[in-house]
Design a protein around this ligand. Structure first.
Ligand code: GDP
Length: 731
């Protein structure tokens, strides 16, 4: 391609001469939003305008490209993050970098789901994004879920631009949405565009940076999309445009020395300088440029793509990724540079009907060619890369090589799970994997026909590999298969996929809460497993000390044996016994969390000691100590957000109180009240139906796991009794 030559204009020290799109011209972005804000429609429009798809699909017709899975189409929500690649060439007069004039950029879009049950999907995609477009609904403004997604983007330090969508809808109000962003998200958000008209009369934007009006008109789009006219700002809007531009410049000058200097010296600020300053601030997450449009009416999409290029960072504009050598603490930089050693992160596993098992990965440094070997520091295994793919629209395209900053998929590799680092064997470094929350709900699952049992457990295992918040295991007491995840919908979708992809129909038990156990004080315990009944006996003996661990720290088992009171070769057996007891619980049969166990003493017998005896000693010692350590039961608490017309507010609040909920805030605006509360998950079953009948179907809610809290005494016995009756679905 001709632009290979033009790459010379770009930093040759970082870029391999073989690559088509330099690092500087690469954008890895996500489109993050509240469900229904229009993310799928917007992604679709971007793929359309970038020429990746030729027919505009509508979510409502169920034929969009990013919604790969059939049931997603049916549900109209995007569950999995598909990585899609597209290309965009800016018009030269609008390009920020003159060196890049008319050169195409490559944009990798990693679709992020908006539904709460899929926060793990959001987390894992945030980890590999360099920037994001946060989509808001022009009518609803900042909805509860947008706050969650926003917080995640902040956690992963993802620079953002905001797109206020649905400007064509009745009740759309750009300034309300903007104020919401400032108030609820505490965002330093500044419009770089103002809408021209709203609702049915929404027909364009005023570009405050270029000081032009962009109008799509009110006509219908053809298969070429909607063309726009660039005109002078209409006279009647000139004053408000001038004022908004002055405010934008002031906002930028507050944070950017170069612009502050120009303002102080009363010098003119050129378009390029203003753009460059907005870009600097956006990349440092100090400012959020705000745009608006209507994805459905195909308005504002081209300017949004321009803004993605102009303001969102390329892989070299953000702090470089870091990792550490396995077992060592010191951080090592993984620079975006094709000449460095290869290092990448596997962020998504996907079984594709055509191409088979795909591992989506993000390259942080170096390059990888077909036929190269990659090394997985977790498994210490090496594998040969036989095929590399990128997804372009609905097509899978084979590529020969991938470079720093790229997102692509590996085909046919095994033993890789989400979060694994894949690197050059001589660069033994592990990137920090994304973190995933604990499952809060579980259910027993059984194939409709006995013959399907193996097929079902194989399918579930595959799905668990793909999704780190989905767990499966066998209940040792009953032999039943248990699945655990982030919510009812999450597990329902797993069952759906089992049916579609693995052809296994399954019956599921009632959903159960994933209670946990922990302790409140330190205690000592002893375990002995001694059998001497003639012949060779059994002898295992271990003493442990248990202490509460910091919340969220999980389980730690430490070997503090001195003087060989338990021989070294039996320590793993004691540890395994302890972990086994922790998994199956002591107090009420639920998994134990946040505990520190030290193996402190024990004894052995020259002839009778063996692994089994020490494993049993470990189990008994842990149980003995646990009972003395003030054990308590924990339950998952959900963060619940309800939006209701004012008139139902009283009923909704009363109902939350009855569900042991604690109200965190009530915010009334324009006839709608938003209620925030923390409610035990145990009380949330059937809430969808309850809220519908309380509000005649007009209130909506969302919830996400918040933390685990002690089950109060008032309901403890009910929980314990229920647990005794239903051991099957304990986790
Ligand atoms: P997602 O859940 O965020 O992916 O949202 P979708 O793209 O599925 O859109 C949700 C609904 O909003 C669908 O019915 C869309 O047709 C509609 N929608 C999306 N964008 C717009 C828009 O710009 N204007 C209007 N009026 N409706 C829109």
């Amino acid at each position: 391609m001709s632009d290979v030559v033009n790459n010379a204009a770009i930093n040759p020290a970082l870029n391999s001469p073989a690559r088509q799109f330099s690092l500087e011209r690469t954008r890895n972005i996500g489109i993050a939003a509240h469900i229904d804000a229009g993310k799928t429609t917007l992604t679709e429009r971007i793929l359309f305008y970038t020429g990746l798809i030729h027919k505009i699909g509508d979510v409502d017709d169920g034929n969009t490209v990013t919604d790969w899975m059939e049931q997603e189409r049916e549900r109209g929500i995007t569950i999995t993050s598909a990585a899609v690649t597209c290309f965009w060439t800016q018009k030269p007069e609008e390009s920020l970098y003159k060196a890049f004039e008319t050169l195409p950029h490559r944009i990798n879009i990693i679709d992020t789901p908006g539904h709460v049950d899929f926060t793990a999907e959001v987390e894992r995609s945030m980890r590999v994004l360099d920037g994001a477009v946060a989509v808001f609904c022009g009518v609803a403004g900042v909805q509860p879920q947008s706050e969650t997604v926003w917080r995640q983007a902040t956690k992963y330090k993802v620079p953002r631009i905001a797109f206020v969508n649905k400007m064509d809808r009745t009740g759309a109000n750009f300034l309300n949405a903007l104020n919401d962003m400032r108030k609820k998200l505490n965002a330093y958000a500044w419009p770089i565009m103002l809408p021209i008209g709203a609702e049915d009369y929404y027909d364009g934007v005023i570009d405050l940076v270029n000081q032009k009006a962009i109008r799509w008109g009110t006509g219908e789009a053809t298969n070429e999309g909607l063309k726009y006219d660039i005109t002078e700002i209409p006279a009647e809007l000139k004053d408000s445009a001038d004022q908004a531009r002055a405010e934008l410049i002031e906002a930028v000058s507050n944070k950017d020395d170069r612009i502050a200097e120009l303002v102080l010296d009363e010098k003119p600020i050129s378009v390029i300088e203003l753009k460059a300053a907005i870009r600097r601030l956006t990349c440092r997450i100090e400012l959020i440029p705000v745009l608006c449009g209507s994805a459905m009416r195909k308005k504002g999409v081209q300017v949004l793509i321009d803004a993605i290029i102009d303001y969102l960072p390329s892989p070299i504009d953000i702090p470089c990724a870091t990792g550490h050598v396995p077992g060592e603490e010191a951080l090592i930089e993984v620079p975006p540079n094709d000449n460095s050693k290869f290092c990448s992160l596997a962020f998504k596993l996907w079984t594709d009907t055509f191409a088979g098992k795909l591992v989506f990965f993000r390259v942080y440094s170096g390059a990888l060619k077909k036929g190269d070997n990659i090394y997985n520091p977790r498994t210490r295994r090496r594998e040969r890369v036989s095929r590399l793919l990128v997804i372009q629209g609905s097509e899978r395209k084979d590529v020969e090589a991938v470079y720093s900053g790229d997102i692509a998929a590996l085909v046919g590799l095994r033993n890789i799970t989400t979060g694994d680092t894949l690197c050059d064997e001589s660069f033994d470094v592990m990137l920090e994997p994304p973190t995933f929350p604990e499952p809060v709900i579980s259910m027993a699952i059984e194939p409709k026909t006995k013959a399907d049992r193996d097929k079902m457990s194989e399918g579930l295992q595959r799905l668990a590999e793909e999704d780190p918040t989905f767990k499966m295991y066998t209940n040792e007491e009953t032999g039943q298969l248990i699945i655990a995840g982030m919510g009812e919908l999450h597990l329902e979708i797993i069952r759906d996929r089992l049916k579609r992809e693995f052809k296994v129909e399954a019956d599921a038990g009632a959903p159960q809460i994933a209670y946990r156990e922990t302790i409140t004080k330190a205690a000592d315990g002893e375990g002995k497993f001694i059998r001497q009944s003639g012949g060779r006996g059994q002898y295992g003996h271990a003493c442990v000390k248990v202490e509460p661990n910091e919340k969220g720290k999980g389980v730690e088992v430490l070997n503090k044996i001195v003087g060989g009171t338990i021989p070294r070769e039996y320590i793993p057996a004691v540890e395994n016994g302890i972990l086994e007891a922790i998994r199956s619980g002591v107090y009420a049969g639920f998994q134990v969390i946040d505990i520190k166990v030290s193996i402190v003493d024990g004894s052995f017998h020259e002839v009778d000691s063996n692994e089994l005896a020490f494993r049993m000693a470990g189990i008994f010692a842990l149980k003995d100590a646990f009972k003395e350590a003030g054990p308590i039961l924990l339950e998952p608490i959900m963060k619940v957000e309800v939006t209701t017309p004012d008139e139902y507010q009283g009923d909704i609040l009363g109902d939350i109180n009855r569900r042991r909920g604690v109200i965190q805030g009530v915010d009334a605006k324009l006839g709608q009240t938003a209620v925030a509360a923390h409610v035990p998950l145990a009380e949330m079953f059937g809430y969808a139906t309850a809220i519908r009948s309380l509000s005649k179907g007009r209130a909506s809610y969302s919830m996400e796991p918040l933390n685990f809290a002690q089950v109060p005494n008032s309901v403890l016995n009910t929980v314990l009794d229920a647990a005794k009756k239903k051991p099957a679905a304990r986790t």
